[in-house]
Design a protein around this ligand. Structure first.
Ligand code: F6P
Length: 342
């Protein structure tokens, strides 16, 4: 059998580990043959492929990024997109497709499988950890580790100058990275997209931290927003490729804190540093297991399913179900962590 593999959406540490797991088991255990599609759905859409065999996956386990390349191309929005994808899969002799991606990339896989007969198996990936159906996605643990290390470092410089340090982390719709890194790094305030924040309350927490002779660290997810009535704090625009760009909440917050508390404040925006570089051991472990189970799903003919982590087991869930809604931070969990604020 010939199996196609693609990685779509924002890259994520662990993608290469998945690819390696799929190819190693597929070739060695099942005698399958593979083809890599370049740059997410752009590959099948334009028939752009690369060799994907054992030598191609040698040495890639600890490498960040993806050897296949990635993009946010959506064939459902391209002219004759579905027909072109199907034709190119047939031309390449691809009988099954493994799609490694987040909500958007997997959403396309669900449509193509459920409505157009493409035989796809999904593997969840996102540093944001906001995909439903799985306890964790790989990449998240690495991103949290990077953000936590940054917070640890910022504590010492904040204390030396008795300043407020605002750390903006990724998380457009979900605050998982902010919550986990903020708790692990001993932040004094954590702000997430799921709960609009009250600026007066944030300033009270900041001030109270100074009264106990400590400099506060405020962790804010890029998608966090103040309560109604506050000025527009974010520049949400489309770049020339049509991608949404969020910027500004960290800078805005530092300025507001300075103005209202009279304390000097600085902002660090971690950005793509959270997505780059080598995956953590946990992410290599999870990504490899996802790869091994994805090729098993292909062997079983269990298409339209996504591999997922439940507890310590890898299970299969319908891709359509996993992509129907985002997994966001539960208010109860946020409240639990809130005991450390201020
Ligand atoms: O979905 C992962 C993510 O890293 C988000 O947290 C972030 O908002 C977005 O991707 C950034 O996307 P881009 O790489 O297109 O700027």
């Amino acid at each position: 059998m010939r199996v196609g593999v693609l990685t779509g959406g924002g890259d994520c540490p662990g993608l290469n580990a998945v690819i390696r797991g799929i190819v190693r088991k597929g070739v060695q255990e099942y005698g399958y043959d593979f083809v890599g599609f370049r740059d997410g759905w752009r590959g099948p859409l334009e028939g752009d492929t690369m060799r994907l065999d054992i030598p191609a996956v040698r040495g890639i386990l600890p490498r960040g990024g993806t050897i296949l390349g990635s993009s946010r191309t959506n064939p459902l929005q391209a002219e004759n997109g579905i027909r072109r994808v199907k034709e190119n899969l047939t031309e390449e002799g691809v009988e099954a497709l493994i799609v490694i991606g987040g909500e958007d990339t997997l959403g396309v896989a669900a449509r193509l499988t459920d409505d157009y007969g493409v035989k796809a198996v999904g593997v969840p990936k996102t540093i944001d950890n906001d995909l439903s159906g799985t306890d964790y996605t790989f990449g998240f643990n690495t991103a949290v580790g990077i953000a936590t290390e940054a917070i640890d470092r910022l504590h010492t410089t904040a204390e030396s100058h008795m300043r407020v340090l605002v750390v903006e982390v990724m998380g457009r719709h979900a605050g998982w990275i902010a919550l986990h890194s903020g708790l692990a790094g001993g932040a004094n305030v954590i702000l997430i997209p799921e709960q609009r924040f009250d600026l007066d309350q944030v300033c009270d927490w900041v001030t109270s931290r100074f009264t106990s002779s400590y400099a506060p660290i405020v962790v804010v997810a890029e998608g966090a927003m103040p309560r109604d009535g506050e000025v527009v704090l974010k520049d949400e625009s489309l770049d020339s490729f049509g991608h949404v760009r969020l910027s500004g909440v960290g800078e805005w917050l530092a300025k507001q804190i300075e103005k209202r508390t009279g304390k000097e404040a600085r902002t660090t925006v971690l950005g793509h540093v959270q997505r780059g570089g080598t995956p953590s051991a946990f992410d290599r472990w999870l990504a490899t297991r996802f790869g091994l189970h994805a090729i098993d799903a292909v062997r079983d003919g269990d298409f339209g399913k996504m591999v997922a982590l439940r507890g310590t087991d890898i299970v299969r869930v319908p891709i359509a179900e996993a992509t129907a809604r985002l997994k966001t931070v539960d208010p109860g969990l946020y409240e639990e962590v809130g005991v450390f604020f201020g």
